[in-house]
Design a protein around this ligand. Structure first.
Ligand code: FAD
Length: 403
């Protein structure tokens, strides 16, 4: 018992947050035979604001099949420019993305962690996190204090672990709002097998329609500062564009997408941040489940080395993230700024260049990275930085003036 009457327990590792990052980390750590406690404040199965798109590169990170929670398979895209502008449809000869619901996906991933030996407790908010002078950690919940040698912060954007351990806040954030429209007979034909994306409707973001089992998911996202107050009207307008009745939207939810600074610290001693807690998502696409699962996978062996005394910190994990997971984040961010300022040439390229479409699909599939995509523009690579800065200034002026 502690002096405040809380029960005191010991574990090798505590993982705070049971989204894809936390459950993946807990599964890996438990598989190595460690005593790991996975905590989440929500009662599972729980929902999370998210389109639920799992790219094939992401699904392939997992050592098991996620088909029990896949509701639709995407092999193509429809891209629209603005509200009434050009419309391009493209097909790929392989799978690009699996459509899931986070409520089901995250529960499924937690079950795999439990099978590996992780102890899972839901409905348990972590109230306090402290690094002790002997470099171990104390994690306080409502009725327990857990003492652990290593700690994983998988508690999403603006999580308590990063805040308590003094990590800097990500310099930027996007925001998104999404909801579902029921389609009891299955998603409408125009969404089947494809993601529908609408560009130029939000500063620094886009709108989407994703097909699921018995509904479609409709969302809009963009830079927090400018897009925030516009999300609701933008979502209604997008619904009108597709002939959807926005009053039928259910489960309307908004959330932050933290955009990190490449090279920002992710570890302190035996504590590490994974997934959104480390702001690892891809700035251009907003895809975050990949980085969550990739970082959760990468942190486990680093923690095992640390607990076994082979290393004195988790810096090896940080290097793996920089080298393998967010290696082309700078290119992604630059492309984001250019792409959102001037979407027209991109849509034109998508429509007319087989090579560009194939490259784009290879990036989505993980066969290629943004760096290669950028290099395919030849000497234009030298102009990437200045174009990105000009793009951002242009978008801010354009949308700022409208307010
Ligand atoms: C509207 C929207 C649409 C998106 N669409 C996509 C998409 O289609 N595909 C894609 O790849 N990415 C998408 N993303 C990004 C994706 O949702 C995130 O990157 C992903 O959820 C990150 O996973 P995570 O495990 O790091 O964090 P999360 O999934 O956020 O999980 C964090 C967990 O921590 C728990 N937690 C928080 N604080 C505490 C606490 N104090 N104590 C205990 N538990 C706590 C929470 O309850 C939560 O379960 C989208 C994001 C948004 C906002």
């Amino acid at each position: 018992m502690t002096s405040s009457g809380l029960e005191r327990i010991e574990r090798d590792v505590v993982v705070v947050g049971a989204g894809p990052a936390g459950s993946t980390a807990a599964r890996g750590i438990a598989s190595a035979g460690r005593d790991v406690l996975l905590l989440d404040r929500a009662k599972f199965p729980r929902d999370k604001p998210c389109g639920g798109g799992v790219t094939i590169r992401c699904a392939e990170l997992l050592p098991f099949d996620i088909s029990p929670v896949v509701e639709h398979t995407v092999t193509g895209a429809e891209v629209r420019l603005g509200h009434l502008g050009r419309r391009v449809q493209r097909e790929y000869d392989g799978v690009l993305t699996y459509m899931t619901q986070r409520r089901r996906l995250d529960h499924f991933l937690v079950e795999r962690a439990q099978e590996a030996g992780a102890e899972f407790r839901d409905g348990v908010p972590v109230a306090r996190v402290r690094k002790l002078p002997d470099s171990t950690f104390e994690v306080a919940t409502r009725d327990q204090v857990i003492h652990a040698r290593a700690l994983v912060g998988a508690d999403g954007a603006n999580g308590i672990v990063a805040n308590s351990l003094g990590f800097a806040r990500p310099p930027e954030a996007a925001v998104a709002l999404e909801g579902n429209i029921a389609c009891p007979g299955g998603p409408p034909a125009w969404t089947q097998g494809r993601v529908v994306l609408q560009l130029g409707v939000m500063p620094g973001g886009y709108a989407w329609v994703f097909p699921k089992g018995d509904h479609i998911n409709v969302g809009v996202g963009g830079w927090k500062a400018i897009a925030g107050p516009r999300l609701r009207p933008a979502l209604e307008r997008v619904c009108r564009d597709y002939g959807l009745d926005s009053s039928q939207l259910t489960n309307l939810r908004g959330h932050h997408l933290p955009i990190g600074r490449p090279g920002a610290p992710l570890t302190v001693g035996g504590a590490a941040l994974v997934g959104d807690a480390g702001a690892l998502l891809d700035p251009l696409s907003g895809e975050g489940i990949y980085a969550a699962i990739a970082s959760g996978t990468a942190v486990a062996p680093a923690i095992e080395d640390y607990l076994a005394g082979r290393v004195q910190s988790l810096i090896g994990y940080e290097l793996t993230v920089a080298r393998e997971i967010v290696r082309d984040a700078a290119a992604s961010k630059a492309l984001m700024d250019i792409f959102h300022a001037w979407p027209d040439p991109w849509v034109w390229l998508l429509q007319h260049s087989e090579r560009f479409w194939t490259r784009f699909c290879e990036v989505v599939r993980g066969d290629d990275g943004y760096d290669h995509l950028v290099h395919s523009f030849g000497p234009l690579i030298l102009a990437l930085g200045p174009m990105a800065r000009a793009g951002r200034a242009w978008t801010s002026r354009q949308w700022g003036d409208e307010r």
